[in-house]
Design a protein around this ligand. Structure first.
Ligand code: GDD
Ligand code: MN
Length: 375
């Protein structure tokens, strides 16, 4: 038996048209039924599903590989030591050859049925980006009703519209479709941290991208739990800062500095407590306050500044805490050395102290981003 020629085999396969990027964090049980729903919406060919998993503890990546083994339309990217919905989406744009790409939640909150109309609109040039919107005329949301989140969303939307100059009803939507090339061209200039990927794409593009809204029925999550609830406001602010001043003072350094300033307050509070309330002597009080402030700074930096590289496992947290203290000691040494030298050369004491603090902070930042949260 001779095999049919390559060319004829290929001509029976519809060319790859659309990549559906699914960023995942603990979504194991949602994957198989979602691929089925996508197939029902799009038919048997012309698409691929790209699961970008951040090493979920529930075995999402194993489940994705199990699906991929029997269905070549399913592909898997498992990332280790990296975190974040936005960067997962970017990874997806760069890993597909499909000319069109959509990003959607893997938890069934976004209806794949909408993909057909979104794809046709972008293909026909009606808009650069098709956005599934929770707030457009005709949209509805289920189980969303936390009033604070809705209010926050409303405020964020107004700000976002000012920032991008694009008129759209749901800039924070996690469900959108565009030409993959458009996303890839913008990718090198997107914010590294925080921010919602759609907003980032719109704010980064020099040419104002056109958007078409698609009212969606935002369903309840099928299984598992939301990962974004608490972080949304913070992400948004970080992104806003990054777009406005990020080039002047990098976002992460600004966060690190803010955490450091809060640490000074914590230091003073502890010092006061031990000196006045517990009548401990000054050296002990100062030593305890220093350790307390460093621990607080480590915790808050781990929680916010480096949330995309957060240390979570107990042993790693402990080692991280120790190296943070070591890094800060180097910073403190540089601080005192520089401030003393400047003061000796006649600089005013306040100015000398401030320069010392600035140089110490840069040292702390450089060392801890390399040795505490580095990879
Ligand atoms: N790879 C990766 N890494 N995936 C992630 C991460 C991460 O760090 N965090 C969340 N995800 C995945 C989830 O597994 C899910 O498939 C999708 O990203 C969205 O996360 P959810 O946890 O379901 O978010 P949500 O439903 O609370 O938030 C929705 O509303 C936001 C705006 O208010 C989503 O639609 C968001 O995309 C949207 O920005
Ligand atoms: Mn969701």
């Amino acid at each position: 038996m001779t095999r049919p020629a390559q060319v004829s085999t290929r001509s029976t396969i519809a060319p790859l048209d659309l990549a559906i990027i699914l960023p995942t964090l603990n979504e194991r049980d949602n994957l198989a039924p979602l691929v089925e729903r996508i197939e029902r919406a799009l038919g048997p060919a012309g698409w691929e599903v790209l699961i970008v998993d951040d090493n979920s503890a529930d075995g999402t990546a194993e489940e994705a590989r199990r699906l991929a083994l029997v269905d070549p339309r399913v592909r898997v990217i498992q990332r280790i030591g990296r975190r974040g919905l936005s960067s997962a989406a970017i990874e997806g744009f760069c890993a597909t050859a499909a000319p069109f790409a959509a990003v959607m939640d893997a938890d069934h909150q976004h209806d794949p049925q909408l993909l057909v109309a979104m794809l046709e609109a972008v293909r026909a040039g009606e808009a650069d980006v098709a956005v599934a919107s929770r707030f457009a005329e005709g949209a509805s949301t289920q189980e969303w009703g936390r009033p604070d989140r809705e209010k926050l969303s409303g405020m964020a939307n107004t700000l976002a519209r000012k920032l991008t100059g694009v008129e759209l009803s749901d800039p924070m939507s996690g469900y959108f479709l565009l030409r993959t090339e458009t996303a890839r061209q913008l990718a090198p200039r997107l914010s590294a941290i925080g921010f919602k990927i759609l907003l980032d794409l719109l704010a980064t593009s020099e040419r104002t991208l056109t958007v078409k809204d698609f009212p969606m029925n935002f369903s309840a999550r099928r299984s598992g739990e939301s990962k974004l609830d608490r972080a949304i406001a913070f992400d948004f602010l970080a992104g806003l800062y990054d777009k406005s001043f990020g080039r002047l003072i990098p976002t992460r350094f600004a966060m690190f500095g803010t955490v450091g300033a809060l640490g000074v307050l914590v230091h003073m509070a502890i010092l006061y407590l031990f000196l006045l309330v517990a009548s401990t002597n000054f050296s002990w009080s100062q030593a305890i306050a220093t350790f307390g402030a460093m621990t607080f700074n480590f915790w808050l930096n781990n929680f916010l500044t480096y949330r995309d590289r957060r240390l979570t496992e107990a042993g790693a947290v402990f080692r991280g805490w120790l190296s943070f203290i070591a890094a800060c000691s180097v910073g403190a040494f540089a601080n005192v050395a520089v401030a003393t030298t400047l003061f000796d050369r006649g600089l005013h004491e306040v100015a000398a102290a401030l320069v010392g603090i600035a140089i110490g902070s840069v040292w702390n930042y450089a060392l801890s981003s390399r040795f505490v949260w580095g990879r």
